[in-house]
Design a protein around this ligand. Structure first.
Ligand code: SAM
Ligand code: SF4
Length: 368
């Protein structure tokens, strides 16, 4: 009997989809994909052109604000296979999605992840996909940076909350700062543009943030600061961790001159330019300022559940239509129904004593 073809059987060639760019000081402008009109418009007239995919809920770290120490992960049978992830991402591309971000959990701990990256890169050739990117904790980056670049990935986000090795081990509960630094070096060598993501945590990195900004800018990286969001249980009080970015910004103003900057990626970040370094700082403030009006994204979990809003519970199961038929008609229909239900926005609050999080699912499930 003929054996079914698995992803592991398929050749993983290192094919250069786009020329690797030399290390750049400025974030590259990712070309708009071919002018196909966006097919997915939500009830508030927003075109949905950006899909974030959590390829696994697993992670080699246990960041204090993201998940508890004893996190249990999903059984393998519930997780979409790499072929299924390719099918669902490709269905979104067919429907007008122009940007895909792979995230998690830690996307680079998913076995065979480069097969998916290579498969998705075929959409660059048709011109339908403008950007394929990922958010990573950087622990595996030294191994994968060159392959990512070879398959057309041009910029990545690397999460880093401190430059102090002990503090890093404490906040990640098991991470090795040295490995992340090696990963960053490899990313630079491969010509990837890096943006650092830093979560502001009270009593942890509040006084270090100006230092982190100076370091990132010195390395040629932009940096985005993020407020903690109340997502899932973490085994502690979120109110204690919450540090409003208004406070962080005041602190930064003691050291830098922050100039207004109208740069936009269509995402939740609001930017300033630092006069002394010439580079940008992004601020993501889901709690102290909402960013929903221009939301262009939806999020797929590793089990195939589509969340139309990071901060709401309503979701649509795409795994069932995916597994019911080899043909994508049911899948396309489910995607259209999901977009028709995208809510206007979210209402996050963090209150003292609230250890549960407003939503039950942790960030590693929905994908940050
Ligand atoms: N493991 C990868 C990483 O850390 O970059 C990708 C997944 S992680 C969930 C994506 C981003 O979400 C990271 O920058 C992380 O710092 C951020 N994050 C996780 N939990 C968060 C929370 N409760 N509030 C705000 N940001 C959070
Ligand atoms: Fe893992 Fe990223 Fe969550 Fe940290 S933030 S535990 S690295 S998924």
């Amino acid at each position: 009997m003929k054996k079914a073809l698995m992803w592991r059987d398929l050749p993983l060639t290192r094919q250069t989809v786009r020329p690797i760019m030399p290390f750049m000081n400025e974030q590259p402008d990712i070309k708009e994909a071919v002018a196909t009109p966006p097919a997915l418009i939500d009830p508030f007239g927003r075109a949905i052109t950006y899909l974030r995919v959590s390829v696994t809920d697993r992670c080699d770290f246990r960041c204090l604000y993201c998940m508890p120490e004893n996190q249990t992960f999903l059984p393998k049978k519930d997780i979409l296979t790499l072929e299924e992830l390719d099918r669902v991402c490709s269905a979104f591309v067919e429907k007008g999605v122009r940007k895909i971000r792979l995230t998690g959990g830690e996307p680079l701990v998913r076995r065979g992840i480069m097969w998916l990256v290579e498969r998705l890169s075929r959409h660059f050739e048709t011109g339908r996909l403008g950007e394929l990117t990922l958010t990573t904790n950087g622990s595996q980056l030294s191994r994968y940076a060159a392959d990512l670049a070879a398959h057309g990935v041009r910029r990545i986000n690397v999460s880093l909350d401190t430059l102090n090795a002990d503090r890093f081990a404490r906040i990640t509960r098991r991470g090795d700062l040295g490995k992340v630094m090696e990963g960053l070096k490899a990313a630079r060598k491969a010509g990837l543009f890096v943006k650092i993501n830093t979560v502001a945590v009270r009593g942890f990195n509040d006084t270090e943030i100006p230092e982190l900004v100076a370091w990132a800018h010195g390395e040629g990286f932009d940096i985005t600061l993020i407020e903690t969001m109340p997502l899932g249980q973490i085994g502690g009080d979120r109110a204690e961790q919450y540090l409003p970015l208004t406070e962080v910004r005041e602190n930064l103003e003691h050291r830098f001159t922050l100039l207004p900057d109208d740069h936009s990626t269509g995402g939740p970040s609001r930017y300033v330019r630092v006069k002394e370094t010439g580079r940008r700082i992004g601020f993501i403030t889901p709690l102290s300022a909402h960013f929903c009006d221009t939301c262009n994204r939806v999020r797929l979990t590793a089990t195939g559940t589509l969340f139309m809003c990071l901060g709401q519970d309503d979701a649509v199961d795409l795994r069932t239509p995916l597994r019911l038929s080899r043909n994508d008609t049911l899948l396309h229909k489910a995607i259209e129904e999901a977009i028709a239900r995208k809510p206007k926005g979210h209402e996050f609050v963090i209150e003292e004593g609230n250890t549960q999080g407003v939503l039950l699912r942790n960030m590693n499930v929905t994908g940050g």
